[in-house]
Write a protein that binds this ligand. Structure first.
Ligand code: SF4
Ligand code: SF4
Length: 214
C-alpha cells in the first residue's frame, strides 16, 4: 500500500518531466506550423527562416492583387482596353514628352518593340476595381512597360465594396497633371496664334510690295 503511494508520487514527477521535456525540446527547433496571419506566408524567405517541412511561399508567378508602378506607366490605356470585364479605369491628360526610367534610372524599354518608351500623356486617374477582377493576368501581359503587375498579395478584406477600388493617382497628382495640361494647351495656342500673326504680316508685306511695284 505504502509502496504504491510512493510509486504514484514518482510517476507524477516523471510524467510531468517527460511532458515538459517534449515542450522544451520543441522550443528550440523550427516550427511545423505557421502562425498565419501574423507571419507573411507570401515570402519563401520568411518561411525558410522560421519553419521546417515542405511549406513554401507563394509561387513567383502567383497572380495576386494588382499593383501599378506609376513611374513606368505611359498612360497608354492598353491594359484598360485589354481587360475583358472593365476593371481598370484610366483617364489622362497631355504632358511634356518624357522617357520613363526605372528605379535604377535606366530608360524603360517597350517589351514588344524593344525601343525606349515615350510618355506624352500623364495619368489623372488609374483605378482598379479588385472586387471585379478575376486575376486573369491579361492586363499584365499586355502592358508594354511592365507598369502593372500582380503581387503575391491575396488578402483584401475591406469593410465596404468601395474600398476594393484601388486608386493609384491621388487628387494632388491629378491637379498637377491637369494644370500642366492646361499650360501645354495654352502654350500651343499661343504658338499657333504667333505663327498665324507672322504669316499674316508676311502676307500683308508681300501684298504691299506687289502694290508698290504696280
Ligand atoms: S487581371 Fe484580368 S480581370 Fe483583373 S484587371 Fe487585369 S485584365 Fe482585368
Ligand atoms: S499600366 Fe501599362 S498598359 Fe496600362 S496604361 Fe500604364 S503603361 Fe499602358
Amino acid at each position: 500500500m505504502m509502496g504504491a503511494y510512493f510509486q504514484n508520487i514518482k510517476n507524477g514527477f516523471t510524467t510531468v518531466f517527460e511532458g515538459m521535456s517534449i515542450t522544451f525540446a520543441t522550443m528550440f527547433v523550427r516550427k511545423e506550423t505557421v502562425q498565419y496571419p501574423e507571419v507573411d506566408i507570401t515570402s519563401n524567405k520568411t518561411i525558410a527562416e522560421k519553419y521546417k517541412g515542405s511549406l513554401m511561399g507563394m509561387p513567383d508567378n502567383y497572380r495576386g492583387v494588382l499593383i501599378l508602378e506609376n513611374g513606368l506607366c505611359t498612360a497608354c490605356q492598353i491594359c484598360q482596353r485589354t481587360c475583358p470585364i472593365d476593371c481598370i479605369a484610366i483617364e489622362n491628360a497631355k504632358c511634356d514628352k518624357t522617357k520613363p526610367t526605372d528605379k535604377d534610372g535606366k530608360p524603360v524599354l517597350n517589351r514588344f518593340t524593344q525601343k525606349e518608351a515615350i510618355k506624352t500623356r500623364a495619368l489623372t486617374r488609374f483605378d482598379i476595381n479588385i472586387a471585379k477582377c478575376m486575376f486573369c493576368g491579361l492586363c499584365e501581359a499586355a502592358c508594354p512597360t511592365g507598369a502593372i503587375h500582380h503581387t503575391k498579395q491575396f488578402e483584401m478584406n475591406r469593410e465596404c465594396q468601395e474600398d476594393l477600388v484601388l486608386r493609384f493617382v491621388s487628387d494632388g497628382e491629378k491637379e498637377i497633371a491637369v494644370k500642366r495640361a492646361e499650360e501645354i494647351e495654352a502654350e500651343a495656342e499661343a504658338k499657333k496664334a504667333a505663327k498665324a500673326e507672322k504669316e499674316k504680316e508676311a502676307k500683308e508685306k508681300e501684298e504691299q510690295e506687289k502694290g508698290a511695284e504696280e
